[in-house]
Design a protein around this ligand. Structure first.
Ligand code: IMP
Ligand code: MG
Length: 183
């Protein structure tokens, strides 16, 4: 693997996460929220964001995987990977979402396929409100018209790792968000 280049430093992430937490705190003033993390990429973001939300908050986690043949990591890096839109639930939420303020916490909004399906699944629980908090957004890759309600950083079409994001399950523990060079 060639060198990784820092795209967003740990200090920038920390500052932005504080702002996002404040925004959520303001929007839901006095109300309880459920933070639903999408496994596994959102784990680190959720842990940091939650500590900047000054509300009565609980956690839940949802797991998804895509059907279809995923290309090799090298191929995925080169040409990206567009799931078929068929997303399989590998772990459902544990608690009732009915009449709750649900905030889905995701690492990155890419084509929008995963979150479109997740939104549908979660809306079936009849929450009081449903919002999306994504640390990163790659709008140039969008296939379905989906917008995050709270977005940390808009980034170009690069493959990034760190702060929870992986390349073939590695690099999730990097403190900075780094670009994996395509060649
Ligand atoms: P979407 O359904 O195309 O929006 O896919 C979103 C998912 O793809 C994210 O939750 C990530 O797991 C993965 N993903 C998309 N872009 C990247 C990236 O640059 N680095 C690591 N994972 C990514
Ligand atoms: Mg992933």
């Amino acid at each position: 693997m060639t060198e990784l280049k820092v795209l967003i430093s740990r200090a920038q992430i920390a500052r932005r996460v504080v702002e996002m937490g404040a925004e959520i705190t303001r929007d839901f003033a006095g109300q309880p929220v459920i933070l639903v993390g999408v496994l596994k990429g959102s784990a680190i973001f959720l842990a940091d964001l939650a500590r900047h939300i000054a509300l009565d908050a609980t956690f839940d986690f949802i797991g998804v995987s895509s059907y279809g043949n995923r290309p090799s990591p090298t191929q995925e890096l080169k040409s990206g990977w567009d799931s078929t839109g068929e997303v399989k639930l590998t772990k459902d939420v544990d608690q009732s979402m009915r009449d709750k303020n649900v905030i889905v916490v995701e690492d990155i909004l890419d084509t929008g396929l995963t979150l479109t399906v997740l939104k549908k699944i979660l809306l079936a629980h009849q929450p009081r409100s449903l919002k999306i908090a994504a640390l990163l957004d790659k709008p140039s890759r969008r296939k379905l018209p989906l917008k995050g309600d709270y977005v940390g950083f808009t980034i170009p079409d690069e493959f990034v790792v760190g702060y929870g994001l992986d390349y073939a399950e590695r690099y999730r523990n990097l403190a900075d968000i780094c670009i994996v060079p395509r060649e």
